[in-house]
Design a protein around this ligand. Structure first.
Ligand code: NAP
Length: 303
């Protein structure tokens, strides 16, 4: 028999949708994905999620949300969705050779880190190139590091890296950070952090391990090499929507288009919530709020 609600993805949006759908008697089924819990699993302290005045570790927050979803009866499997067919009802969701059917779908597959796409980056990934300071920072004790990006992620990760590194140099392509003032000020005041403005990385250098970066000043075109032990990239994210291409309307960047102020997608009965549809706010708390909306929208649609 078809599921009433099938939720794809298990970050704050998916798990909040699960809590609401379960409490609404919809007996939700979740395909949580191999990267269970989403981006908060690779975050350390979360200081801005309401209800935790002393902060909470990202993975702990996700574990608590998952327990809450399970407590109300959400059934969860840990695979990745490999294909979908939203052209028929009930909708079909493929997980390898298994097919699940559902009357409604909530998509909360989030977004993944973007890479620079420069020479050396892919070859040296895991050998000094990383997009996750909280995962890999520990390996760079007393090392000299470069952080690329000017948003809150770059600030947060640069600050985190100062716990291990001897020095962190942020390389940013403009002359001002995009990050919030509080985060930018923490960085600018930090004795271990320097900033190189108006500069892009053109190549990551190194034979078997990162040994340096080739940088170009975008104002003067001057190219300089600088030695470093590691390069951390924090330049934003790409939505995880590849399996939905051709099934749902997406915007130019691949985000799922939804009705303003609601979670309704271009296919009736399919709802989207969280970073997979939100390129503006991208916060745990906004994703959770959108997950709640999606569950309520699905409940209303199911009638
Ligand atoms: P973001 O805000 O989109 O910032 C991406 C940064 O990378 C920008 O500074 C951008 O430069 C730069 N960039 C993009 N492509 C680049 C390229 N190819 N080469 C060099 N630089 C490039 O992304 P984010 O920092 O991941 O943050 C995403 C969202 O999460 C934001 O809403 C942020 O506020 C939120 N967030 C919040 C917290 C917190 O509150 N604690 C922590 C992390 C993230 P330009 O500025 O020139 O575009």
């Amino acid at each position: 028999m078809a599921e009433k609600v099938l939720i794809i993805g298990s970050g704050p949006a998916g798990l909040t949708a699960a809590i609401y759908a379960a409490r609404g008697g919809l007996n939700p089924f979740m395909v949580e994905g191999m990267e269970r819990g989403g981006q908060l699993m690779i975050t350390t302290d979360v200081e801005n999620y309401p209800g935790f005045p002393d902060g909470i570790m990202g993975p702990d927050l996700m574990e608590q949300m998952r327990k809450q979803a399970e407590r109300f009866g959400t059934r969860i499997i840990s695979s990745d969705v490999t294909d979908v067919d939203f052209s028929v009802k009930p909708f079909k969701v493929f997980v390898g050779r298994d097919v699940y059917t559902a009357e409604s779908i909530i998509i909360s597959t989030g977004a993944s880190a973007r890479w620079l796409g420069v020479e050396g980056e892919e070859r040296l990934r895991g050998f000094g190139v990383s997009a996750c300071a909280t995962c890999d920072g520990f390996f760079f004790k007393e090392k000299d590091l470069v952080m690329v990006g000017g948003g809150d992620s770059a600030m947060e990760e640069a600050l985190f890296l100062t716990k291990f590194a001897s020095k962190v140099t942020i390389v940013h392509r403009r002359d001002a950070f995009r990050a919030s003032t509080i985060m930018a000020n923490r960085v600018l005041k930090h004795p271990k952090i320097d900033v190189i403005w108006n500069t892009v990385i053109e190549e990551i250098l190194g034979d078997r391990l990162v040994s340096g970066v080739r940088m170009r000043n975008v104002m003067t075109d001057e190219v300089t090499d600088r030695s470093t032990d590691g390069v951390f990239v924090a330049i934003g994210h790409t939505p995880n929507t590849r399996v939905f291409e051709g099934q749902l309307d997406l915007d130019d960047a691949g985000y799922i288009l939804t009705e303003p102020g609601a979670s309704l997608t271009s296919v009736e009965g399919v709802f989207a919530a969280g970073d997979v549809t939100d390129k503006i706010y991208r916060q745990a708390v906004t994703a959770a709020g959108m997950g709640c909306q999606a569950a309520l929208d699905a409940e209303r649609w199911l009638g």
